[in-house]
Design a binder for this molecule. Structure first.
Ligand SMILES: NC(=O)c1ccc[n+]([C@@H]2O[C@H](COP(=O)([O-])OP(=O)(O)OC[C@H]3O[C@@H](n4cnc5c(N)ncnc54)[C@H](O)[C@@H]3O)[C@@H](O)[C@H]2O)c1
Length: 375
């Protein structure tokens, strides 16, 4: 098979390329975005050995049309990925993520032989707050109001003021992104659905939860809460946890995510489906901090600050039933095991300055997107 991986030099891409058997021909097209490739502003030596690497923006993919002729599978990972940053660098996110996908499709439409399958790395961000229940009915709440957040009412409430319980995100739930990033991921999905249906190309949309693991770029302050927590704990620096610390996320280990992508590549039957990829476990941010502290054997000096990011959702957890029906057994790496592998890698990296890590928070603060609950 000839496989094109856009964004293949990024965190998930690097893991993915290593997974493909040698008989597959791999082409990586990646712009080596400065924000993501601070530590090594080049394709890694391992990547250069394994794949043909093209440095290009996906919005200019047409310049490489001849190389892409005959591609069997396209894996579209290229994207700007900072949820908070997307709330003020709006046009950048629309251009790279939505226009980039449009340009990719325009190129495919000109190829003599079209790929038989496209795989998109979408995100849980398309669900927004997701579905909630009061024990009887399912609701899709409007989102948390600023007035509530300013009073420290962190949870999601129904119209009658009753606190609601989050439901695991299912692929058929309504999509209601609360961030520009989420919107652009939904547009990517819709552009691909529309195009692939008209061209009879098989499409797998994978909605990843929070992916973590070794090789995640540490110099990019816009993504990767686990890197930020680990940096503070391992250096004995104080760390801040937003809201009341009880925000939950579904952290999924990168090797599991890559397994899911590879399963889609090699699947012999058409997929034509949206598929969640998460651990299926919700953990609080306090739990994450305490697990890291336990693993590095250092106390965690954390402060629950009562600050909050506008647009953040309160809870996220993937329902993995559809995955299992379609792609077989799902046995995700436990958080403790995944974090242990992450730490083994992390502790051999250059520690980061706190200024680098604080950069995104400073920008959000200046734009009025990082607020504090009223006393
Ligand atoms: N990491 C996560 O937690 C997570 C969660 C949900 C979804 N995703 C999705 O998975 C994909 C990969 O994420 P990642 O964590 O590896 O991110 P990453 O930032 O490490 O990698 C993205 C890669 O895309 C490249 N890129 C960015 N804009 C480009 C453009 N216009 N043209 C060509 N290349 C471009 C970057 O240089 C980078 O190498 C993204 O589509 C992201 O939206 C990631």
């Amino acid at each position: 098979m000839k496989i094109l991986v856009t964004g293949g030099a990024g965190f998930i891409g690097k893991w993915l390329i290593e997974k493909f058997p040698a008989e597959h021909e791999i082409i990586v097209l990646d712009s080596l975005d400065e924000q993501v490739h601070k530590t090594l502003p080049d394709f890694s030596p391992e990547l250069k050995v394994r794949a043909m690497c093209i440095q290009a923006d996906v919005q200019l993919i047409e310049d490489h049309a001849e190389i892409l002729e005959g591609v069997d599978v396209v894996i579209h990972l290229a994207a700007q990925t900072g949820t908070g940053q997307s709330m003020y660098e709006i046009s950048k996110y629309v251009q790279h993520n939505a226009n980039g996908t449009a340009k990719l499709l325009e190129l495919i439409s000109k190829l003599q032989r079209k790929p038989h399958r496209i795989i998109l790395s979408s995100s849980r961000a398309v669900y927004g707050d997701g579905a909630y229940t009061d024990g009887k009915e399912v609701y899709y709440p409007k989102g948390r109001s600023l007035a509530n957040l300013q009073q420290g009412l962190w949870e999601v409430y129904g119209d009658d003021g009753q606190m609601l319980t989050p439901l695991p995100m299912q692929e058929n739930h309504l999509t209601k992104p609360t961030s520009v990033y989420g919107l652009t991921k939904l547009w990517q999905e819709q552009l691909l659905q529309n195009y692939c249906e008209s061209q009879n190309i098989d499409l797998a949309i994978l909605r990843f939860q929070n992916v973590y693991g070794p090789k995640q770029e540490l110099g990019n302050p816009y993504t990767g809460i686990i890197g930020i927590f680990t940096n503070a704990i391992s250096q004995g620096s104080p760390l801040e946890i937003f809201e009341d610390g009880l925000v939950t996320r579904d952290f999924v280990f990168v090797a599991d995510v890559v397994d899911a992508v590879v399963k889609c590549v090699v699947n012999e039957k058409p997929l034509n489906s949206i598929i969640n990829v998460g651990s299926g476990q919700a953990v609080t941010l306090i739990d994450v901090v305490q697990t890291i502290a336990q693993l590095v054997n250092k106390p965690a000096d954390f402060k629950i600050s009562g600050r909050f990011r506008v647009g953040d959702i309160r809870h996220a957890i993937a329902d993995m039933h559809h995955y299992q029906t379609l792609l077989g057994q799902w046995e995700p790496t436990s958080l403790k095991n995944g974090l242990a592998q992450y730490l083994e890698w992390y502790l051999n990296q250059e520690p980061l300055s706190s200024e680098t890590l604080q950069a995104s928070l400073k920008e959000m603060e200046q734009k009025g997107l990082l607020l504090t609950k009223r006393p």
